[in-house]
Ligand binder design. Structure first.
Ligand code: FES
Ligand code: FES
Length: 166
């Protein structure tokens, strides 16, 4: 099987029924994606599959053959190891948007997906986007704050880029 992971083609020779989650972690070494429940309930394993947010513990790797996957490692813009964090990653750090951090990568991927189509999300928009991401440490308000801070940074940098082109 061949999967494009974070922009790079990867050949995978594992059992087709192995989950995408376990292939990412065990075969490709991308341990940012977490295994919280293995049953589609917690969102710790969230990745993007062909532009859609999915629970990677519920996807057989054969279903991802030929597809494009983005993991939390792929949302940074500086490659691996990440040298340039995505505004969301910076804002989560600055706003203390996690405690134990187990839910964090799933939150980041869900919010990254939200910001692809909404650069000024309301509190309700953000809570809807992370409805499938459970935090046992009650970090939701800090997540909302961080996403709105990141969105503001993205708007500012987009406006700056437009001014430079004008
Ligand atoms: Fe996939 Fe919990 S590990 S939803
Ligand atoms: Fe611990 Fe969310 S920060 S589960």
């Amino acid at each position: 099987m061949r999967i494009t992971v974070n922009g790079r083609q990867r050949d995978v020779s594992s059992e087709p029924v192995k989950t995408l989650l376990h292939v990412l972690r065990e075969d490709l070494g991308l341990t940012g994606t977490k295994d919280g429940c293995s049953s589609g309930d917690c969102g710790a394993c969230t990745v993007m599959l062909d532009g859609r947010v999915v629970n990677s513990c519920m996807v057989m790797v054969a279903q991802a053959d030929g597809a494009s996957v983005v993991t939390v490692e792929g949302i940074a813009t500086g490659g691996q190891p990440a040298e340039v964090l995505h505004p969301l990653q910076k804002a989560f750090s600055q706003c203390w948007s996690f405690q134990c951090g187990f839910c964090t990568q799933g939150m980041l991927v869900s919010c990254y997906d939200l910001l692809q189509t909404n650069d000024n999300p309301s509190r309700e928009d953000i809570l809807t986007a992370i409805a499938g991401n459970f935090c046992r440490c009650t970090g939701y308000q800090a997540v909302v704050t961080a996403v709105q801070q990141a969105a503001a940074e993205i708007r500012t940098s987009d406006a700056g880029a437009q001014n430079e082109r004008a």
